[in-house]
Every structure is written in C-alpha cells, then in structure tokens.
Design a protein around this ligand. Structure first.
Ligand code: AHR
Length: 483
C-alpha cells in the first residue's frame, strides 16, 4: 500500500495542548504520587515527588487540568489555601468517601506546574459553588494590584499573580455537575463567564464551556446557539470502553479476550465520528472556527484492578492502551483545525495513566511511551496523505524545522503490515525511528518487571530514492522522522 504525503500543501498547526493531561483529587491521582508533602521520605521538591515529575518532564506536559472532574463541582478553593494544619478536612464524596485534607491546593498546583513547565487549566465549581466564589478564586490567582484576594494570596506567601491560561466553567453539567438541561446550562454559563475577571488584558483567560457527553449532539447545538458567542472552547468527553457498557462489566484491563481487543479499537476509532459530527454542528454557528473543541476527558476505562478501592479507578495499562492512545492522537491531529486541546484521563494512577506508583516505586506505562514518541508532532504542521491504508492501520504526519515525522499504528493482532510513503520534498535521511510493540496483547509493565513494554529502535524502515518503506509488526506503534 502506498501513501503520498502532500507536504507542499499548507496544513493546520497541531496544537501542543492536544498532549494535555488531567489530574483530579481522585484515589492516588495526586496524593502519594504527584504530591507527597515536604516531610515525606520519598525524594521531593517542595512536596512534589521528584521521580514522577522527572518522568513527566521528559514528555513535556503542556497543560494540566485540575481539580476535577466531578470533584471540581464540590471543591471550595478556600479550603485549600493557608497553613496546612488549619486547612479544612472534607469527605471526597465522589471518589470513595475518603478524607481530603486539602494539603494540595492552589499554591501546590501552581508549584507542580512550575516544576513540569506546564500551563494551567482550572475547572470552576458551578455545581455547588457560587459566582462570587469563582470570581474571587480568579482574583486570588491573577490579580497583580491591590485587592482583598491578592492581599490574601500575598499573606499566604505568593507575591506575584500566576498565569491562568484556561478556565473551565462547568464539568459534565449534564450529569454529575448539576444534571442541567442544555438550555439552563447555557444561561448558567453566560452568567458565570460575565463575572470571570480578566485582569491581564494582554492575556485574557481562555474560557471553556461544558460540552457534550459522547454523541449528545443536541447539547452541542443548544450551547453553541445560546452561548456560542461567549466562549473560546467547548469540551467533549468520550471514554473508550471495550464492552461499551458502563457498570461492572466494562471489561478487564489485562485479562480480556481477543474480541475485546478489536472492540476497543473500534471504539477508539469512533472518536473520529464524534469530532466530525460535533464540529459540523459548530460550523453552523461558527463557520470561521473561532471556537475550539476541547476533548478534556478521554482514554480507556476498565473495571478497577481487583482488590482496589472501586472509587479510585485504578487500572493497569497494556500495549492495547498504547494503541488507543496512538489511534486517538492521530484523530486529534486530523482535526487540528478544530481541536485545540485534549486532556487524557488521568495523568497518574487513575484510568489511562502515564505513570503508576506504589509506595516509593514508579513505572512508566505503554501509554507514556506513545506520548514520548509523539512529541515531535507538538506545534508541527499537519501533513495530509492520500492513498489506501491497510486494514487496522492508522497514521499521522507532520513537519517542523525541516523534518517530517510520521507516526503509524498497526493494531492487527497477528499480521505484519507493509506500507510505503512518498513526499514531495527531498527527505533523504532517517533521523530517528522508534517502535513500541509486544508479543502478547496484554503485555504491560509491573513494579517487578517495569520494562516489558518500552520504546526501542525500529529497524523495519528503508528509505530509497525518496520512498520510505515500513514493515510494521502486529500490535505496534512506530514513529519515524526524516530530514
Ligand atoms: O475521570 C473520571 C471522571 O469521569 C471525572 O471526574 C468525570 O468528569 C467523568 O465522569
């Protein structure tokens, strides 16, 4: 099969924010994994766990969504500031009814961002909070001059305001965020965004409205119609469930039959249809693509690991998850003219995580390696391709700084696939070629065997007279850069 890459045609830029992450106050998503506190025996810098931060720095996390998720609509930010011993202890009613001591709050979040080099994406509480509470939080974070909230921030040790890049107004407001109807939500959104203070006129805060659940096209249509002129982005939530069923039979993360491999791939590919259809509705109200689609929750969701707290959403991560990540990122690239940010759920220890921790141990997951291999696509120009793709193969291509990067996934369980690429420019050298693959479909890393699935040098590429020939093993993700 031959694919011609149209690299002389101008393509949209693939926003680096497509590689965004999400961390919620949920199970071991933050406590013990990202944040261990200054007094921990686990090496840390200002309470942030060094091994985890170092691993995440290698994949250049561009943005981190926080504090939820469902937790956001129960979060009162003033509980999480000031001396730690006076912070309010609350019950995390969404996630396991455990005690939340609020030791990770606004200051700690921005410290984590500083260490990661990531931008902020905060979700407001519009479910059980108030307009005033939201406005004061933004004042606390972003007001440079004198005001009650900036003085409080300074009293708590932070002189300068932080940079708040993205701000979500509503999370799953159609469900756990308030069970609102789209008409009602649109009005609530309009009200809240009116009082969102914009102190830094040169860098206005980017406003994200709560968008649809999966294929709820009526939600998108209604919110775009009633509130579309007041927002920068509208979110979409879509999780990949092997069985397509919520409840206790979503499927096991490691012990699954072959047909669940295939159904997982089909459900991952479904993202393309969802983005296409929601975007078509958006085109009606926003033909110039001024409003972005923000997929701020995506990834695989299985039954929890046996013996773990069901409220902690802890799951293993196999080569199958790596396939889902690659397929999905390829789809986001394809829609780069509409998709500006995405946030995989969730960064550490929850759902489709980059990293798993246990005590002082840490492992990188197969999904982590896909994010590592795809880095060259960040802020690169999308290159469109024409030609037939073999069954069970998806690819993406982009160019930046005189280099052409192709990422290609063969999710066939048994068959190797051969594909060749041509491009108009004279790329005549392979700069790098990396593969992630495994023999077994449930291959994964454990604390005992942390390197079962990891990136390796790819030897199956030949470049002759401008034609790149790739021999892709079954169950593989390959990234190759030409110069
Ligand atoms: O990511 C886990 C949960 O999934 C989030 O809190 C919620 O927004 C969604 O239902």
């Amino acid at each position: 099969m031959s694919i011609e890459l149209l690299n002389q045609k101008k393509g949209p830029e693939i926003s680096k924010y497509i590689y965004g992450q999400f961390s919620e106050h949920l199970g071991h998503g933050i406590y013990g994994s990202l944040y261990v506190g200054n007094n921990s025996d686990i090496p840390n810098v200002n309470g942030m766990r060094s091994d985890v931060v170092d691993a995440l720095k290698q994949i250049h996390v561009p943005v981190l969504r926080w504090p939820g998720g469902l937790f956001a609509d129960t979060y009162h930010w003033q509980d999480g500031i000031g001396p730690k011993d006076t912070r309010k202890k609350i019950v995390n009613t969404n996630w396991g009814d455990v005690t939340e001591d609020n030791s990770f709050g606004t200051h700690e979040y921005f410290e984590l961002l500083r260490q990661l080099g990531a931008d902020a994406y905060i979700n407001a509480n519009i479910g059980s909070g108030t307009v005033q509470e939201m406005a004061e939080w933004v004042e606390y974070m972003t007001m440079a001059g004198e005001s009650p909230m900036s003085k409080l921030r300074q009293k708590n040790g932070r002189q300068d305001p932080w940079k708040l890049k993205f701000f979500g107004i509503g999370n799953e407001s159609w469900g756990g965020g308030g069970n609102m109807r789209p008409e009602y939500y649109s009005d609530v959104y309009r009200q809240y965004q009116t009082f969102l203070p914009q102190y830094d006129k040169d860098h206005p805060i980017y406003k994200v409205a709560c968008g649809p659940n999966e294929a709820d096209y009526n939600w998108t249509d209604t919110v775009m119609k009633l509130a579309g002129q007041y927002l920068d982005g509208i979110s979409l939530h879509y999780y990949t469930l092997p069985t397509g069923k919520w409840g206790w039979d979503k499927g096991d993360a490691t012990d699954f039959p072959e047909d669940q491999w295939q159904s997982t791939m089909v459900r991952a590919e479904h993202m393309d249809e969802l983005i296409t259809k929601h975007s078509t509705i958006m085109d009606h109200y926003d033909p110039d693509h001024k409003v972005d689609l923000i997929i701020d929750e995506w990834g695989t969701w299985y039954d929890v690991t046996e013996g773990t707290n069901p409220g902690f959403l802890q799951q293993q991560n196999t080569i199958r998850d790596a396939m889902v990540a690659a397929i999905t990122l390829n789809i986001f690239h394809k829609h780069a003219d509409r998709v500006h940010m995405a946030n995989i759920a969730q960064m550490v220890n929850v759902l489709q995580a980059m990293i798993l921790t246990k005590g002082d141990k840490m492992i990188k997951t197969p999904t982590y390696y896909v994010f590592d291999m795809y880095q060259k696509h960040m802020n690169a120009e999308l290159v469109e391709g024409v030609g037939d793709v073999p069954e069970n193969v998806t690819y993406t291509a982009s160019q930046k700084n005189g280099q052409l990067t192709i990422s290609i996934t063969n999710y066939d369980l048994t068959d190797e696939k051969t594909v060749d690429f041509t491009a108009a420019n004279a790329y005549n050298q392979i700069e790098s070629a990396t593969i992630l693959t495994a023999e077994e479909m449930d291959a994964h890393n454990t604390f005992e065997n942390p390197d079962v699935v990891k990136e390796a040098k790819f030897e199956g590429a030949t470049l002759v007279d401008g034609k790149l020939l790739l021999e892709l093993p079954a169950k593989s993700v390959v990234t190759i850069t030409l110069k």
